[in-house]
Design a protein around this ligand. Structure first.
Ligand code: ZN
Ligand code: ZN
Length: 279
């Protein structure tokens, strides 16, 4: 297990700082990782800086853009973008702002249900990164409104919960275009559960999608094979990673916990080099 191309940090809803993620990855002997925070590249520089202490570890700049496709959870990973590009950063900022608005609306709904969630504390937990439902769940847990993280989602803020609020819509096409505009390689994240997957793959490939995340925490061998087959059929690369958030739940895949073939990272790097991207 040398490669992990899907990792979250405190720059979004992960619990470890970019530096900590790099340290853990290095300690585990990983050689190539990517920092892929939700709608944020704020953790990339510090991760790359921290990796200087570990010459055998390479940190690929990444991002994970959450979309609101009708077909379920469609997330677009981006690799090798020019993460210092101002236009890209301000585009991500707009997305994050819409996350804050959404969090505020959910907190108001929770209030109506008699569950008080302190906005200040949610902000504190998000710590300038992109705010998500896990932060709200954490505050509910701290205040004893719920007894487990999952309960927050099942009873309140999950898709079918009474305090759930939809996000402003961002299509998968728009997310792919955002990554391309910033000079990056777009990859479809954890695609196994997307309905009409093949049609989506065809549509996104048509505008520049380069890969599918075929190796992912919890995917069975048959699922991986199906996704690798789909990638082959449409001449897409495969990628993979743990989607580690550091939430500490029993079923969480640890950093480096997915058997991602080294070739996946190598092919992505080669393509980035071919296109003269920032590597
Ligand atoms: Zn995701
Ligand atoms: Zn993720």
């Amino acid at each position: 297990m040398e490669v992990d191309l899907h990792l979250h940090t405190t720059a979004s809803d992960g619990r470890l700082t970019p530096e900590e993620v790099v340290q853990v990855a290095a300690r585990k002997g990983l050689t190539i990782i990517a920092i892929t925070d939700h709608d944020s590249v704020e953790g990339v520089s510090s991760a790359r800086e921290a990796a200087r202490h570990f010459p055998s570890l390479r940190v690929i700049p990444g991002v994970e853009i959450n979309t609101d496709a009708p077909d379920g959870t469609v997330h677009i990973l981006g690799y090798f973008m020019d993460y210092e590009d101002m236009e890209f950063q301000s585009g991500l900022k707009v997305l994050r702002h819409s996350r804050e608005l959404r969090a505020k609306k959910m907190i108001a709904k929770l209030d109506g249900l008699g569950v008080h969630v302190d906005w200040q504390r949610v902000q504190e937990l998000a710590a300038g990164g992109s705010m998500g439902r896990p932060h709200i769940a954490q505050v509910m847990l701290e205040n004893g409104h719920i007894s487990s993280f999952e309960e927050a989602f099942i009873k309140y803020i999950g898709r079918r919960g009474p305090a759930y609020v939809k996000r402003d819509r961002l299509s998968a096409v728009e997310a792919v275009e955002m990554v391309l505009r910033a000079g990056g390689l777009p990859v479809l994240a954890h695609p196994a559960d997307i309905s009409n997957l093949e049609a989506l793959v065809v549509r996104l490939k048509g505008i520049g999608l380069v890969g599918l995340e075929a190796y992912y925490g919890g995917y069975r061998r048959s699922t991986v094979q199906r996704l690798v087959g789909l990638a082959d059929k449409y001449e897409l690369l495969t990628s993979g990673g743990s989607d580690f958030h550091g939430l500490g739940s029993a079923d969480e895949t640890p950093i480096g916990g997915v058997d991602v073939p080294f070739d996946c990272a190598q092919s992505l790097i080669s393509l980035a080099e071919q296109r003269e991207m920032l590597t």
